[in-house]
Design a protein around this ligand. Sequence first.
Ligand SMILES: Cc1ncc(COP(=O)(O)O)c(C=O)c1O
Length: 358
Amino acid sequence: MNPILKLARPDILSLQQYQHAAWDPTLERMHANEMPWRADGDRSGAGLNRYPEPQPDALIHHLAKLYGVEPKQVLAGRGSDEGIDLLVRAFCRAGQDSVLICPPTFGMYKVSARIQGAGVIEVPLLKERGFELDTQAVLAAWNENVKLVFVCTPNNPTGNLLDRASVEALCSQLSNKALVVVDEAYIEFADVPSMSQDLARFPNLVILRTLSKAYALAGARCGALLAHEDIISLLARVITPYALPTQTIDAVLQFTDEEHVAESKERIAQILSERARLVERLAPLPLIRQVWASDSNFILVDCHDADAVLRAALGAGLIIRDPRSQPGLSTSLRISIGTPEQNDRLILGVARASGVAA
Ligand SMILES: Cc1ncc(COP(=O)(O)O)c(C=O)c1O
């Protein structure tokens, strides 16, 4: 057994899993209290009158291939948001345990911890070093109630990749002490391999991947949690039995086949070239103080007057993200890279608000 499981909540370790209706497509179903007919016009593959297959075999094999791991190392859920929630629920005892996060970062780590009644220890990224991970400070902040350390690379909302060696150092220094959860939601936009090949080296490593970004499937709600098979088995006991809707399963299988993966690569190339253009055009504008280097499909900009930039975007019919409540981001805004036409509109709006020609 993976020794890291000793960190899980004892009541989850001993939990009797819900016995969902047996899955046997060779038999006709009279065991799940479903309607025997489809709704008029239901043209889904399996029929929406039927509960979907829990952790569908075809989907799990497909995701394993997509992410270069073994099927037993994959748990599919409703976005990586669900992976975060499952980890916190399975490993953190309410009122006793904590997660460690490195702000500014993705907000759901903290929210999931709060919902579970877990503590949140914050070790800020080093802004003066381009929002790099402060490995020594993370290790110093760890205590035996810290069960999960979340690192996001490339990080949202700062956009930068974290130093791979630092993340690996966390995994090895925290082996048997905490799970290191590496959120790779934006890794397809960065020119580096995923850490999935490191799962064998680090039994305490968990990787979060999502179909929401590079594969343009945010509305389908599907993410994959990659980890040692014992961690997957534990979380499979906690996830709701029929987590993935039939339409989600169909959409992921359809839109991440070879042809769509190739298309996604082309789209990513387009995003990267638009990102470079947006940076080049925004950086010199008087309202903009600094554009941070990005390895993702968004950029973080520091502004002389962030309210004026927000208003300019709104005036151009565009919403950009205001992350100013996060530590170190009191003058920053986050901009997702749009279509060339949307990016042009933003550049023009901010240029006008700056009192210069675009
Ligand atoms: C870093 C990061 N992780 C996870 C998520 C959640 O993604 P999903 O759509 O897979 O739930 C997001 C969404 O924006 C994100 O930015």
